[in-house]
Structures are given as structure tokens and as C-alpha cells.
Ligand binder design. Sequence first.
Ligand code: ZN
Length: 99
Amino acid sequence: MKCPHCGTSIQLFSKALNKWGRVKSCPSCEKKVKLAPSLKWLLILFIPIVASHVFLLKPYILALGIDGGSFAFLWYVSLMLLTLRLDNAEDEGFIYSKF
Ligand SMILES: [Zn+2]
């Protein structure tokens, strides 16, 4: 994941990103960043993920007797995690003006 300010890549599970609070700071440039799912990637991945869930996985899940609801929840949470990226948190108003 790249810092939106300096382009340094920051590990998702690094100390810098696992501090409490919504806004974190980049370990390299110390500017504010935050983790947010990318709406663009969410939209791109949504259809194939939902389709694969409904058409490919559901019959197996039902055959195995796994609770379909909690499986779907995990599936959609992993979709959110897949699309996470670092966002500029220096100026809150600016964030949704670009993807
Ligand atoms: Zn940085």
C-alpha cells in the first residue's frame, strides 16, 4: 500500500497502520493517512465476487451444511479488505474528489 503523500509503500500489518484511531501517520513522511476502501475497486470487484458467491460457492456451502449467512459476511468483508488503500487524511474535504 502506498503513502498518498510520498509514495513509500507501507505494509498493511505494520505498526504505523495498526495504531488506534482512524487517522494514522506515514512512517516515512509523517503526514496523515487513513485506510479506506477504494470505491472504484469495490465497484470493479463487486460483480465478479457476488457472482462467484452465488453461482460457484453457494451450492458447495449448502452441500457442506455451512451457515450461508456468516459465510457471505466473511466473503464481503474480504472484498472490503481487498480494496483497502491509503487515503490522504491531511485535508478531509479533498478525499472523495479523486479515486
Ligand atoms: Zn509518506
